[in-house]
Design a protein around this ligand. Structure first.
Ligand SMILES: [Fe+2]
Ligand SMILES: [Fe+2]
Length: 282
């Protein structure tokens, strides 16, 4: 059974808000799945990072709708959002510094209690202002995730919709979240392989602009095997290696492997976008 069970009592009837809330619940459930699997602790950090970023995006959308609708209690609602955002960011930074130092069970309970209470008490209060308010919904839908995450990073000119990405990631919860983040960035063509064998098949069948590969995978080879075999088969696409262990870049350098970049997990959406933009020819 899912950790957080979605129920119709959480539904506002405003499609973009309900969809966002379902994404947030899905991220909490993926984090719970990852915490129960014996996988890499950094995968949990990646999911937490996605949760922090998606929450920021959702709050921006909700606030834009409230502004447009002239919602009278917007300041209080904004304040609630700001407090959670600061706390979630603090928790992510603490996790990044010391993944073993945070109790994931407590963290999940805190975040899910907050979300459920906030939806039922505060988001429900905006429902009458947004139902059938096309102008407010259109305003909210104008919030762009990539622009919001990258303020000041000069990535406005990147045509995310034209980029194709193959991700090779053996952790199912993290692969699911990585795909969700690539989608909300605006990337339309995304393939996910669970192991190097599947990754090789996909990379040979079709051209991708970029391959994101996990360095450590359980069973079916690792990132190093993948790059070895892909290069031997003539796949020349840039490969970005996701790793929790920086020292491994030395190993690959010794082997003379053409790896475009090493991205240290857990990665934020802003870091991921900047990395994709650097490695994909415009
Ligand atoms: Fe809210
Ligand atoms: Fe909300």
């Amino acid at each position: 059974m899912a950790y957080v069970q979605w129920s119709s009592r959480f539904e506002l009837g405003v499609p973009f808000i309900d969809a966002d809330h379902k994404v947030l619940v899905g991220l909490l459930n993926r984090m719970h799945d990852a915490s129960r699997a014996s996988g890499d602790l950094t995968d949990l950090g990646g999911i937490l990072s996605a949760l922090v970023d998606y929450t920021r995006y959702h709050f921006a959308r909700e606030e834009r709708a409230q502004e447009s609708a002239g919602y009278p209690d917007i300041d209080e609602h904004r304040e609630q959002h700001a407090r959670l955002s600061i706390e979630a960011r603090r928790l992510f930074e603490a996790y990044r510094r010391d993944p073993g130092g945070i109790d994931i069970g407590d963290l999940l309970d805190f975040l899910s209690d907050w979300l459920m209470d906030h939806i039922l008490l505060h988001d429900m209060a905006i429902k009458p202002y947004l139902l059938a308010n096309l102008e407010a919904v259109t305003a909210a839908e104008g919030v762009d995730f990539a622009t919001l995450m990258n303020d000041g990073n000069n990535l406005e000119l990147v045509a995310w919709g034209n980029i194709s990405v193959l991700a090779i990631e053996d952790s199912r919860p993290f692969a699911h979240v990585l795909k969700a983040i690539l989608q909300v960035i605006g990337i339309k063509e995304i393939a996910v392989a669970e192991n190097t064998e599947e990754g090789l098949r996909l990379a040979q069948d079709q051209h991708y602009d970029l391959i994101l590969a996990d360095w450590r995978m359980e069973g079916g080879g690792d990132g190093l095997d993948f790059v070895h075999q892909a290069r031997a088969k003539g796949v020349t696409v840039p490969v970005v290696m996701l790793t929790g262990y920086v020292d491994e870049s030395l190993e690959a350098a010794r082997e003379g492997l053409a790896i475009s970049e090493w991205l240290q997990k857990p990665v934020t959406s802003a870091e991921l976008m900047a990395c994709i933009a650097r490695n994909v020819a415009a």
